[in-house]
Design a protein around this ligand. Structure first.
Ligand SMILES: *Cc1c(COP(=O)(O)O)cnc(C)c1O
Length: 364
């Protein structure tokens, strides 16, 4: 079986280094918010090319805390995409804010022209997602920020290492949020996330919010969260995983190129990455007319696959009790979700496996 993710292969490579880090953190006697978290935050900020990084407990929390640090409150409208991990919208709804969904473009990414219209109607926040590891047009994001004076949080949970014309995703907004959930391009051995920003005031607010709103010992100026990144996860991310990210990204790009050149079945359409996007290929989406039949075909040929995402966020049952709006019909997103399938693209796939996945697609 060719799996969508194969963590055991990664473990075989990193076991020795990871065990050493575990021993060191264990022996240090300090397990929450210590020097490992600080050092990882500095390393990730450097890697990302931003001034500050704040480690938190998950990608979901990174988005919620970023929005809150930027002043998002109950009743505020936040423009976002209906086609993403549910967490993107959940972060908005948890704040009592109102998601305003706009349709997607021909790559399944939030349509920035539609965002412009929604912002023109008074929404003050924008939460775009660099879905699949494809970079949105950062120049247009900056232009939207300048035109409307809106606050922008970029959801970079899938786009660690991706760039738009050489600029890292996450560098166009007021803050970026990312996730270290194991399946992500920089995945930890458990949950984790981070918020990145060039605005030191935002970083400082986020540091207080992640720790019950504590601004000095026993001093709580706001009602915060328990959303701290563990020393152990930070040390593993910093000393074992981050150094491998560039090679993993290179390998994902190589696999994407191989799929794009070898999958030639007109029934399995690969949209590729948007022009200008140096994608980090978190996922490799293809579009088919009969999704159920194609998924069955992959399964019967021992190829693991995913769907990102089969049900639009506003159509989830959990959204029935929450306020949300849509700027326009979500037809494109709905059509996309009906036909999208993700092929395996993790960095531990062998050349033979990549060739087999392509062959199985060509045989469909
Ligand atoms: C994974 C993901 C999240 C949430 O991250 P968690 O660490 O699982 O909370 C948010 N947005 C997107 C686009 C994601 O892929």
């Amino acid at each position: 079986m060719i799996q969508a993710n194969d963590f055991r292969r990664m473990w075989a490579e990193v076991e020795t280094a990871a065990a050493e880090v575990f021993r060191e953190v264990g022996a240090s006697g300090w397990y929450i918010l210590g020097k490992e978290v600080v050092q990882f935050e500095q390393a990730l900020a450097r890697y990302w090319g931003v001034a500050s990084c704040v480690g938190v407990a998950s990608g979901l929390d990174a988005i919620e805390i970023a929005l809150r640090a930027l002043g998002c409150r109950a009743g505020d409208r936040v423009v976002t995409t209906p086609l993403s991990a549910f967490a993107t919208t959940l972060a908005i709804v948890k704040l009592g804010a109102i998601p305003v969904f706009v349709d997607v473009d021909e790559h399944g990414l939030i349509d920035l022209e539609r965002c412009r219209r929604a912002l023109g109607r008074g929404a003050r926040f924008l939460l775009p997602v660099h879905l699949y590891g494809h970079a949105l047009d950062l120049d247009r994001l900056r232009a939207l920020r300048a035109e409307f004076g809106c606050r922008v949080v970029e959801d970079c949970a899938q786009s660690v290492g991706a760039a738009w014309k050489g600029q890292a995703t996450g560098s166009a907004g007021d803050a970026a949020a990312t996730s270290f959930y194991p399946t992500k391009n920089l995945g930890a051995f458990g949950d984790g996330g981070a918020l990145l920003t060039d605005d030191e005031a935002v970083a400082e607010k986020a540091r207080a919010l992640r720790d019950y709103g504590q601004t000095a010992k026993y001093r709580h100026d706001v009602l915060g969260y328990n959303s701290r990144l563990d020393e152990l996860q930070a040390a593993l991310l910093h000393r074992v995983l981050l150094g491998r990210l560039a090679e993993w990204t290179r390998r994902r790009r190589e696999i994407a190129r191989a799929y794009l050149t070898t999958i030639r079945n007109p029934k399995v359409r690969a949209p590729g990455a948007p022009e200008g996007s140096e994608s980090c290929w978190h996922l490799f989406p293809v579009l088919v007319d009969d999704k159920a039949a194609f998924l069955e075909h992959l399964k019967s040929n021992d190829v693991g696959a995913g769907e990102h995402y089969p049900l639009l966020i506003p159509e989830q049952r959990a959204m029935e009790g929450s306020a949300w709006e849509s700027e326009c019909s979500l037809e494109r997103a709905r059509a996309w979700s009906r036909s999208q399938v993700s092929l395996p693209i993790h960095p531990y796939l062998t050349a033979e496996e990549v060739a087999r996945v392509a062959a199985v697609c060509n045989l469909y």
